[in-house]
Design a protein around this ligand. Structure first.
Ligand code: UD1
Length: 431
């Protein structure tokens, strides 16, 4: 079992380039199923989740290749299969994003139900309600969901009870080939939604209003292939922006859309960091302990739930007491017991964690239980005294491209160890 080992206490200094956004790449890859022609995609990050989506596309009958310049080409010509198997859906919930495009293209689609998940129940009722509104028949039985259309889907007005990112994406993809106009109200406004809409429009779709609460999709008869570059990963960018508040020093994050990380930038300044924005480059400098601030996760443009755990790692050594309220997922505090193992003082009261900053955390063996909690533990290790050994690395590899290499480029003392290597005896690569 691999582990990431961090020896804390080195201030950071340097530049890090952000990879393409995982959460933009996954729906864009799913959307390639809508067309027979080839799609050429740039900045698709080499991550385990992307690999899972690629395998799924291949199982459905698409050809996926790596072209020159690192582009990924997807050609989903001919008859496609219509089932997303349990093995892949279980590995990655975002596999259900193929339902919308398959329904639009094939007239039917089947997937294993994603079931429970480490960060909450995460049902897909809103996705299914959307498909039903478009005229599909929805059947759930035996751990499977099947959606089938009689003829072409019909545009409809759909109100989402919660501005779900996945449901907005799935419904958008189903509606682009429907007859007539679909309106999604209370739609998610995340940058990844805008990116998907831009990609769909590149293919010849007519999607308007993405990035606002109301999205209108005028159905078209046919889509064609296209070339597209996905947006930079705002969550990866945010993770690196938080690092100097924990380890001290100056980190320059290159290739970020500053607008996408506004809620974090505001918090970092409140915490006492200096944040300088210059085009697509953000430089964050910090020294000493940050000031405690209260944080509440919300749908975009609010503070992202995916940065809640990394932010908590920074608040663990802040001066004063902070509250961190999670409103998006009901069970997203699994990093708290692990941070406590490192000496953090955190109490959970319902949806809120009360974080009383301590002078310094202590390195300890800890376990990542999901993607973002893993990133939080690595960050915490950067500022801790001694060695932090993070296991559960496969969670981190789902969403961060070579995080340890990128951190080493900033001067951090971080290494990835295989099972045999002893973290204490090993000479960390940067020494
Ligand atoms: C996406 C992101 C994930 C991020 C989340 C919220 C991807 C691949 N993943 O996940 O990183 O943390 O947005 O920003 O893009 N819900 C329902 N019924 C539904 C769908 C959702 O009740 O049919 C609830 C969920 O349980 C959750 C909330 O809505 O409490 C938000 O979930 P949603 O926005 O759908 O998240 P995902 O698309 O799964």
């Amino acid at each position: 079992m691999e582990r990431i080992v961090v020896r804390g206490g080195r201030p950071l200094q340097g530049e890090v380039r952000v990879s393409g956004a995982k959460n933009a790449a996954l729906p864009v890859l799913a959307a390639t199923l809508l067309v027979e022609d080839t799609c050429v995609l740039y900045d698709i990050p080499p991550l385990d989740d992307v690999e899972t989506m690629t395998r799924l596309l291949q199982e459905l009958g698409a050809h996926v290749d790596v072209a020159e310049g690192g582009a990924l080409t997807v050609a989903a010509a001919g008859q496609l299969a219509c089932e997303a198997p349990y093995d892949l859906v279980r590995r990655m919930r975002a596999s259900i994003l193929v339902l919308g495009p398959l329904l639009a293209r094939n007239g039917r689609a089947r997937a294993a139900l994603p079931g429970g998940c480490a960060i909450g129940q995460r049902p897909i009722d809103l996705h299914l309600k959307g498909f039903a509104a478009l005229g599909a028949e929805v059947n759930v039985s035996g751990g499977q969901v099947e959606v089938a259309a009689r003829g072409r889907l019909r545009g409809a007005s759909i109100y989402l009870d919660i501005p779900s990112v996945g449901a907005t994406e799935n419904i958008m993809m189903a509606a682009v080939l429907a007859e007539g106009t679909t309106t999604i109200e209370n739609a998610a406004e995340e940058p990844e939604i805008v990116d998907l809409a831009n990609f769909l429009n590149t293919l010849g779709a007519d999607v308007r209003g993405a990035g606002t609460r109301v999205i209108q999709i005028h159905g078209v008869r046919e889509l064609r292939g296209g070339t597209y570059t996905v947006i930079p990963d705002r969550i990866e960018a945010g993770t690196f922006m938080l690092a100097p508040l924990i380890a001290g020093g100056t980190v320059t994050v290159v290739g970020v859309v500053p607008e996408h990380v506004k809620s974090l930038t505001a918090k970092l300044r409140e915490m006492g960091a200096e944040v300088v924005i210059d085009g697509d480059v953000i430089t964050v400098s910090a020294a000493g302990r940050p000031r405690a601030v209260d944080v509440k996760t919300l749908p975009y443009p609010g503070f992202p739930t995916d940065l809640q755990a990394p932010m908590m790692a920074a608040l663990a050594t802040a001066e004063g007491t902070a509250t961190v309220t999670e409103t998006v997922f009901e069970n997203r505090f699994m990093h708290v017991p692990e941070l406590r193992r490192m000496g953090a003082r955190i109490q959970i009261q319902g949806q809120t964690a009360i974080v009383t900053g301590v002078e310094r955390l202590q390195g300890a063996p800890v376990t990542a239980t999901d993607l973002r909690s893993g990133a939080a533990l690595i960050l915490a290790g950067l500022g801790a005294e001694g060695v932090t050994e993070v296991s559960g690395v496969h969670h981190i590899d789902r969403g961060y491209v070579t995080i340890e290499e990128k951190l080493r480029g900033l001067g951090a003392d971080v290494a990835r160890l295989t099972d045999q290597e002893d973290p204490v005896a090993v000479t960390l690569l940067s020494r």
